[in-house]
Each structure stands twice: as C-alpha cells, then as structure tokens.
Design a protein around this ligand. Structure first.
Ligand code: SF4
Ligand code: SF4
Length: 321
C-alpha cells in the first residue's frame, strides 16, 4: 500500500498533535435531490463562491496547513471542476455524492456514495429512481467508491439485506452513520433513540464478522457509539474531534460549527467520521486505522470477506465449463 509523504504527515499529526488537519466544505449550495433526512434543503443558503474564488479559497486553506479536504454540498458533482481542483490541492480528498451524476474521475481522491438502504428504503428517503441510477453509475466509476449509509428509523431493519446487496457490487467498502438530529427537534420519524441504537451498533459488528472487512465498522468504533461505552467522552462540541481537527465552511466561505450545520445536536450525534477517528486513536487501534486507510488511499484493498469467497465459488459453479 502506497502512502504519500503528505498522508504520513496527517497520520502523524493526528497521533502526536492536536492541530487542525482537515477542511470540510460545502463546495456548492445546489443539490439535485431533496432527501428526507437532510437539513440542507430545509435551510436558507448563501450564494456560493464562483470557481475562481473557490479555488483561491481552497489554496489559502492548504497554505494555512490543512492537508485533507472533505467535499460536501449540496451535491459536489454539480461542480466537477472544483472537485478536481481540490483533489490537486490537498494531499487527501474525500467527496460525498448521491451518485446520480456518476463519479467524475479524480487523481487521488475517493468518492463516497451515500445510499440509505436497499432500493425501497433508499428511494423512500432519497427519491424515486435514485438507487437504480446510482448503482448503474458504479459500473462506470474509475475506482470503486465507498458506500455510506445513514441509519434511521426508515432503514434500520434492512441492514443485512443492504450489506449483502452491496457486497455483490463493485465498491471498496461500506461506512455507517446514524441520523444526527438538530437541537430541539424531535425527529421522531427518523432519529433512533440511543438505547435502541446500541442494539444496531452490535448488529453492525455481527455483519462485519459475517461479511468481512469491507464492512467498515470495528469494535473500537462501536465502543465510541455505545451509551455504556465511550460515547459521553466526545458527544459535545468542546470534546468532539471536529472542533479540534476539522475546519468547516459554507459554500460562500463563511465558517460553520459542524458539517451537519450549526444546529446539530452533539448529544445525539451518530457521525461515522468521529467514531472512526476516535476508534483509531483513542486508544490506538490498528483495525480501525485500516478503515481510515481505506478511505484515504485509493490503492488500498480491504481483505476479502468470507462471503465474497462464497459468492465467487457459487459463480464459479454456475459459470464454469
Ligand atoms: S443528496 Fe445530500 S445534500 Fe442533497 S438532499 Fe440528499 S443528503 Fe441533502
Ligand atoms: S454534531 Fe457530532 S460531529 Fe458535529 S460537532 Fe457535534 S459531536 Fe461533533
């Protein structure tokens, strides 16, 4: 596995310092969907920086010492040139997409495809036809994307079905967040109460055991989500790693508190990135570091799951001479 000098520095900074390393930025305020669980389209948004301004802004952040970028929106593929520019400017770039526009080619960057369950559940949340379109587009991706699922009341009962479906597709791996509501909002149709969430966390661990390392959810990550684990160590703004490591910006370049927005309820946070970071470093855990390496190194391959081998054996039987 090849790790560039820049990536090694980021890993070292995470291990040895408390410096910010990463920018999380909404590179556009436009989106082609209106997902049920998304705070984005329910809020007013400022104008976005034009291409020249955005590139200059990103370069300024890099010059200020931030080496990694996470691109959000809106929908980042609506600005493919900005995705490519960010990919050139930063040592690491991750770009989230709903998959409808495909996956523009990036030199080093990693696409993260947001899908929220099998077709019925996903399309109930993201809109009719979205699952099919995104899955079709996987075939044309230059490199396999990572699939990210936001677990909510709508899709909580379809975890295994979804994981099984994804394992048969050309993806690099899977990640899981839980819906993070805004402060003061009940969100009873989507948010899973924390006690119930604990059970789903354990279910994710069972799925990793069954389907293998491509299920990017480790025991150390689970510990940081479980209410009887280490959840209370970080679920407020002052202790969450976002406040120390990540600088978040709106599409007009103004800062915001969190990628989930200024109103996100830290006490009910279900962010995969935070638990991956804490799982890998608090205390150090190599298994979780491998999940992060999977995000950051395009050439990285997760170990094959026993399930994949089964699928290969089965297809060998059916397609054989
Ligand atoms: S695709 Fe992303 S930004 Fe657009 S509505 Fe859905 S969750 Fe929100
Ligand atoms: S909502 Fe979650 S990720 Fe955002 S600042 Fe709060 S704890 Fe951190």
């Amino acid at each position: 596995m090849h790790l560039s000098f820049g990536k090694l520095i980021i890993f070292a900074q995470w291990l040895l310092t408390r410096r910010p390393t990463t920018v999380a930025i909404d590179i556009t305020h436009k989106c082609n969907l209106k997902c049920l669980h998304c705070y984005w389209w329910k809020q007013e948004h400022p104008m976005e920086l034009d291409d020249g301004q955005m590139v200059a802004f990103l370069k300024g952040l890099r010059a200020g010492g931030l080496r990694a970028a996470i691109l959000y929106g809106g929908e980042p593929t609506l600005r493919p040139e900005i995705c490519r520019a960010a990919d050139r400017i930063f040592d690491i770039s991750l770009a989230f997409t709903n998959g409808v526009n495909g996956f523009p080619r990036l030199q080093n960057g990693q696409w993260i495809l947001s899908l929220d369950g099998p077709e019925t559940e996903n399309d109930r949340i993201r809109g009719e036809g979205v699952y099919q379109k995104a899955v079709e587009n996987l075939e044309y991706a230059a490199r396999p994307p990572i699939v990210h699922m936001t677990i909510s009341k709508i899709n909580q009962n379809s975890l295994e079905r979804f994981v099984r479906e994804m394992m048969a597709l050309p993806i690099k791996g899977m990640g899981f967040s839980f819906v993070t509501p805004n402060r003061g909002m009940a969100d009873e149709n989507l948010f899973i109460p924390l006690a119930q969430r604990n059970q789903l966390v354990m279910e994710l661990l069972r799925l990793r055991k069954k389907y293998g390392e491509k299920v990017g959810f480790t025991p150390a990550m689970a510990r940081h989500l479980l209410t009887h684990g280490a959840f209370s160590e970080w679920n407020n703004l002052s202790t969450c790693p976002v406040s120390q490591r990540v600088r978040c910006y709106r599409s007009d370049g103004r800062p915001k508190v969190c990628t989930y927005g200024d109103q996100a309820d830290c006490s009910r946070c279900g962010c995969a990135a935070v638990v991956a970071y804490r799982g890998a470093y608090k205390p150090f855990d190599y298994q979780t570091l491998r999940v992060i390496l999977g995000l950051m190194t395009p050439a990285y391959q997760a170990r094959k799951s026993p399930y994949e081998k089964d699928v290969e054996n089965i297809s060998g039987e059916t397609n054989g001479p």
